[in-house]
Design a protein around this ligand. Structure first.
Ligand code: HEC
Length: 172
């Protein structure tokens, strides 16, 4: 049973490794200009499995609250993209600020969960909140100039902060 579950896990993690470009937190900070296909590095990672992410323990119900927040983060990113596509800049700004930015810290109980996070994870969380607030500021300008490009670039930076934390940490 244990070995069955274990080998299933290995197969699943190999699939995940194969379908994603290998991203480290530092690479995730760089621009998303090109995607690697199956690099030697990715092959090596898939073969030797090793989930190098740091395992972090949150007590319940903080763990499930956090994952619920995470799913809302993903929803928020989609809603922001939709708002931008419709030139509804104010709406994009509100979603970013209220659900991802500095104003969302209270909503997320950030203070409460922060004590269970290693320092690097706290910093990754702060980076996300900052980048979302930055996106909000830049998008306020876009509503005046009508130029979407800076807003899209700022949104990509928000996305990179998600990727960076996910590449480094996982929850119990
Ligand atoms: C400070 C670290 C951190 C940041 C920043 C972060 N996440 Fe997460 N997220 C996690 C961790 C840890 C998990 C659990 C992963 C695991 O255990 O495999 C997770 C899980 C998720 C999940 C899965 C939820 C579930 O029900 O299992 C989604 C979706 C998600 N994150 C979306 C996002 C999005 C979108 C962003 C950026 C806007 C983001 N996250 C930013 C740490 C972070």
């Amino acid at each position: 049973m244990e070995t069955g579950a274990m080998s299933m896990f290995r197969v699943l993690s190999a699939c995940v490794m194969l379908s994603l470009p290998a991203v480290s937190p530092s690479q995730a900070q760089q621009s998303t200009g090109h995607q690697h296909s199956m690099t030697d590095h990715a092959k090596h990672m898939a073969a030797s499995q090793a989930d190098a992410r740091q395992l972090v323990s949150f007590p319940e119900p903080l763990r499930s609250h956090t994952l619920t927040n995470m799913r809302d983060h993903l929803l928020a990113l989609g809603e922001i993209q939709e708002a931008l596509a419709r030139s509804q800049f104010d709406q994009a700004v509100d979603i970013a600020e209220q659900r991802l930015g500095m104003s969302s810290l209270k909503l997320h109980g950030a203070h409460e969960v922060a004590q269970f996070m290693p320092k690097g994870m706290q910093d990754a969380g702060t980076a996300m909140h900052r980048s979302a607030s930055q996106f909000a500021t830049i998008t306020k300008d876009a509503s005046v100039t009508g130029d979407l490009k800076p807003a899209l670039a700022a949104l990509a930076k928000v996305n990179q902060t998600c990727v960076a934390c996910h590449a480094a940490y996982r929850l119990h």
